[in-house]
Design a protein around this ligand. Structure first.
Ligand code: UTP
Length: 288
């Protein structure tokens, strides 16, 4: 039902300087795969096939990554290295990629508004690729898309964080509908220490109904002088309905060095090694 996924990827990634001076943060690898590819795979698993990427200056490698590299393909064609491109080929063949540039960095809300031209007038998902989410069965977006079918309103993914970390996030307050679901009635972007309305922090997965675009247009710059999606979502919650969903799975904040290292170790042990073992087993079976 939700076909498009928006990836705001125009930010400077200053916490990762100097690595991000000329390389997009979204292209930083977790083991052997760039962050954004994990996000795109999650969207594909949720049944989406329109990947709408909001880029900025110095982000051209993002476009190259989701395109064929004929020279490289020719070079390794027929060798045992060819299989290293299988996963990305599958991704490229399963989705359609469109891009738009955010001329000025005016905040996440503004980046989402810039994506309007690619998304059009339909509900859509948003993935912040530097939040890497993993779950063994159903990915976080697939969980949220299923909820959207039932409730037909905007949904934000939330996670409980320690009280001393709430100032780093958008934080919600709401009425509990069931163990893992809240109807939002308040939302604060990066609350001052000690003032957060709860410890439920919004992470980088959203499903938004398209009326959010007009709401963002009418939203003044907020915290940090940026147009905040949290402020627009609060207005949407006050005039209609926004849900907050405590997702199943693990989330790594790969925009921070600690989270990035944690994600790398986790994915190496739990995804990469298992993947290698199953490929080896397949090869051995096919040789027999
Ligand atoms: P962040 O603030 O986490 O990312 O924005 P950043 O600015 O790239 O990183 P730091 O804080 O300087 O290290 C959250 C997401 O919103 C996008 C970013 O690319 C990131 O995915 N974003 C943010 C935009 O696309 N445009 C903006 O104007 C701001």
């Amino acid at each position: 039902m939700i076909k498009k996924c928006l990836f705001p990827a125009a930010g400077y990634g200053t916490r990762f300087l100097p690595a991000t001076k000329s390389m997009p943060k979204e292209m930083m690898p977790i083991v052997n795969k760039p962050l954004i590819e994990y996000g795109v795979e999650e969207a594909i698993q949720a049944g989406m096939n329109g990947m709408c990427i909001v880029t900025g200056r110095g982000k051209n490698t993002l476009m190259d990554h989701f395109d064929k590299n004929y020279e490289l393909e020719h070079q390794i064609s027929g060798t045992n290295k060819e299989e290293l491109l299988f996963d990305i080929r599958r991704v490229i063949d399963s989705a359609h990629f469109t891009y738009i540039r955010q001329g000025e960095m005016k905040g996440l809300g503004h980046a989402i508004l810039v994506g309007r031209e690619l998304v059009g007038n339909e509900p859509f998902a948003v993935v912040l690729a530097d939040d890497l989410c993993v779950n063994e069965d159903q990915g976080v977006l697939a969980q949220m898309a299923a909820l959207y079918k039932q409730f037909r309103c905007s949904i934000v993914a939330v996670e409980e964080v320690p009280a001393e970390d709430t100032h780093k996030y958008g934080v919600i307050a709401g009425q509990m509908i069931r163990d893992d679901l809240f109807r939002v009635d308040n939302m604060v972007e990066k609350p001052e220490p000690g003032t957060a309305p709860s410890n439920l922090a919004i992470i980088g997965r959203y499903i938004l109904t398209p009326d959010i675009f007009d709401i963002i247009e009418d939203t003044e710059p907020g915290k940090g002088g940026e147009i905040q999606i949290t402020d627009a979502l609060l207005k949407q919650a006050q005039s209609g309905c926004v849900l907050a969903y405590k997702f199943k799975g693990k989330r790594f904040d790969c925009g921070s060095v600690d989270g990035y290292i944690e994600a790398t170790n986790y994915c190496y042990e739990n995804i990469y090694k298992k993947d290698q073992a199953s490929k080896l087993a397949q090869q051995q079976t096919s040789k027999k």
